[in-house]
Write a protein that binds this ligand. Structure first.
Ligand SMILES: [Zn+2]
Length: 74
C-alpha cells in the first residue's frame, strides 16, 4: 500500500473518531442540561427567599416565612 493512502486512511480514521467523541459529548451535555421550566419565579417580600411554583399559581406562600407573594414579572 502506498504511503499517502495509509496517511489518508490514518487522517480519516482520526477525524472520524474525533467526530464521534464530539457527538457523544454533545449528546451527554444536552441530556444533562435542565429543560426549560414553565414554573413561575417568586421572590418573598418579607425575607427575600427566591422560589418557584406552578405556572398557574398567582399567589404563592413563601416556604420560609409564610408571606404570600406575587410572581416576579420580567
Ligand atoms: Zn419569606
Amino acid at each position: 500500500m502506498p504511503v499517502d493512502t495509509l496517511l489518508f486512511a490514518y487522517v480519516v480514521v482520526l477525524l472520524g473518531a474525533l467526530s464521534l467523541v464530539i457527538a457523544a459529548t454533545e449528546l451527554h451535555r444536552r441530556r444533562l442540561a435542565p429543560k426549560p421550566s414553565e414554573d413561575r419565579i417568586f421572590r418573598c417580600r418579607r425575607c427575600g427567599f427566591v422560589y418557584t411554583d406552578d405556572a398557574d399559581v398567582d399567589l404563592s406562600r413563601c416556604s420560609q416565612c409564610g408571606e404570600t407573594n406575587e410572581p416576579v414579572r420580567f
